[in-house]
Design a protein. Structure first.
Length: 196
């Protein structure tokens, strides 16, 4: 049989338990009997996330963003995650990308939860998304388990941090009351001036 891979795919060919070929964009003929092939994607991948967490004062928050990653060392990654392809169909046998996404999502959840648990809801909402992005970036830089697998975090982004609808209304209430009070005072002043 013949295999032709894209330039963004790293191919590993094992024959009778030993590595025969390894490289990107390979094209070759092979005998299926006793051969095992794996195809590791080398292009950038995006993992969108929507996480729920609690602030230090026990308020629920939702954090939305994405983690960009790619395979840095195909040999390491291929030894840790199974990218074996079915020789008959050419499709990946398992779900290796889902495995990686689950791992990165779990780590990201831990880094975000750590930041949320250390701050009050008001401080988190006033600070915005930048400190969350920094916490996520620093967390991945300090955690060696990702690089040990042969994965590189290309970038992280936090798009939004939002409270529950009830909490949002409660936080808006003081501002609304203050504006309402100023409007009432202006109305009373106009009436007093009209009476005079």
């Amino acid at each position: 049989r013949h295999l032709r891979a894209d330039a963004s795919s790293h191919i590993q060919q094992y024959r009778k338990g030993s590595l025969e070929r390894s490289g990107r964009g390979l094209s070759f003929w092979f005998i299926p009997t006793g051969t095992s092939l794996s195809e590791i994607p080398m292009d950038d991948r995006s993992l969108p996330f929507l996480l729920k967490g609690q602030s230090a004062d026990y308020q629920d928050l939702t954090v939305q963003g994405s983690i960009e990653w790619r395979a840095l060392d195909a040999e390491k990654l291929g030894s840790r995650i199974d990218f074996t392809i079915d020789l008959a169909s050419g499709q990946v046998v398992g779900k290796p990308i889902d495995q990686i996404n689950n791992l990165l999502g779990s780590l990201g959840r831990r880094f975000i939860a750590s930041y949320l648990n250390g701050n009050s809801v008001r401080a988190i909402l006033e600070a915005g998304v930048e400190p969350l992005q920094t916490a996520l970036r620093v967390g991945f830089q300090q955690d060696t388990s990702v690089t040990d697998m042969g994965i590189e975090i290309v970038g992280v982004g936090v798009d939004d941090v939002a409270p529950t609808s009830e909490l949002a209304r409660a936080l808006q209430a003081p501002t609304f009351e203050s504006l309402q009070q100023q409007a009432d005072e202006a109305t009373f002043s106009r009436r007093a001036l009209a009476v005079e």
